[in-house]
Design a protein around this ligand. Structure first.
Ligand code: ZN
Length: 364
């Protein structure tokens, strides 16, 4: 199968292929139901595959679909790794692997970034001293532009207004105030929620047991839609010790990493999944990297998110505009062009394998 063939047409096919491939490797597959259904009525679940490695203190966590529709790439990478390791008879005894598939299955199935409560999961994982409240003043002033409370019209002047705002404020400032997360507008973009999400409760209950006995974890969390097309970055939201930094440079390359706040690809956000996992996993050495693969320009992605969010809340699923905005969003986060798909899945699989081999060497 070509690498582009690892991409599934929808969440349900992706889930079925993932279950089959992980079970075939001899991994335990757990299924966590949301008690919700997808567009055609099928149940939504989060699948977690854990490799049978008991005597090790090293683990690799790979997550897909934290941002729903972004899950097509992460799912393809997880599937590609499972298939390759099956054919090459790769054993995971010395490194426990925990692959979490479609952590936001509702968003994945309904082709949106946010979950069933319109929550952006990567703004929802608050630490104990943080509150589900607040909003950047810049976001408040843009709220009516970003989140119009009306059905979606055929002609939408948003791009013109947005370009004007970019000229006024600068792209990076605008990116920060729009995308950093907000806790005041429940139907708005980048809403962090008002309580812990299903995903956070699941990880709170299960992550320590999946990683029981581990001293060191590398967690790769696959995302798309941020950064330049045909470029990917590993975004880190924690400062690393020298040894950790050297490991990552060796595994992923020197120019791959960016740390939060250096104003290149990322923006500072509260409620990130990585910081939370590092605190709540009970693993002393937990390194989280958000692997971001560029697709389209920031303005195209923002316009697509805005259009889908508006149609999702204010139009009916029977209207053409409802699905048109969702299919457009899928293209923005997972371009159909074979050159992008082949490149992205190969890069992602190489990253997973390099981290795996690095951990494995250290146990030799
Ligand atoms: Zn994302």
């Amino acid at each position: 199968m070509s690498d582009a063939g690892l991409f599934s047409p929808d969440f349900f096919v992706a889930r079925r292929r993932f279950q089959f491939a992980a079970k075939r490797l001899g991994w335990r597959v757990e299924s966590y139901p949301l008690n919700l259904t997808g567009p055609k009525g099928a149940d939504l679940t989060v699948e977690v595959a854990v490799s049978p490695a008991t005597g090790t203190d090293q683990a690799m966590v790979v997550t897909s679909g934290v941002h729903g529709v972004e899950g097509f790439l992460g799912s393809a990478i997880q599937l590609g790794i499972c298939n390759r390791w099956y054919h090459e008879d790769v054993r995971t005894k010395r490194v426990r692997c925990v692959f979490i598939h479609g952590l936001n299955p509702h968003g994945f199935a309904w082709l949106r970034r946010f979950d069933q409560n319109n929550v952006d999961l990567n703004r929802n994982f608050l630490l104990p001293d943080e509150r589900y409240a607040g909003c950047h003043p810049g976001y408040e002033s843009l709220n009516s532009l970003l989140n119009p409370p009306t059905a979606r019209p055929w002609i939408d002047p948003f791009p013109i207004h947005a370009v004007r705002k970019i000229y006024q404020h600068g792209l990076q400032a605008l990116k920060q105030c729009v995308a950093e997360g907000q806790y005041e507008f429940p139907r708005g973009l980048f809403f962090g929620g008002s309580e812990p999400s299903f995903a956070m409760s699941l990880l709170n209950q299960q992550l320590p047991s999946w990683l029981a006995g581990c001293e060191r974890v590398i967690h790769l969390d696959f995302h798309t839609g941020l950064g330049r097309r045909h470029q990917w970055k590993l975004l880190l939201d924690q400062s690393l010790a020298t040894g950790q930094q050297q490991d990552l440079q060796q595994w992923f390359g020197h120019d791959r990493m960016e740390t939060a706040g250096d104003n290149q690809t990322a923006y500072d956000v509260k409620g990130c999944i990585g910081r939370w996992c590092a605190r709540h996993s009970h693993v002393p050495n937990y390194i989280y990297g958000c692997a971001e693969f560029g697709t389209y320009s920031p303005l195209a992605v923002l316009a697509g998110l805005r259009a889908e969010n508006q149609a999702h809340h204010w139009n009916s699923p029977n209207q053409r505009v409802f699905w048109r905005t969702k299919l457009r969003l899928k293209e923005l986060f997972c371009p159909a062009h074979p050159s992008w798909r082949t490149w992205a899945v190969e890069q992602g699989m190489t990253a997973v394998e390099n981290a795996f081999r690095g951990l494995q060497q250290d146990t030799a």
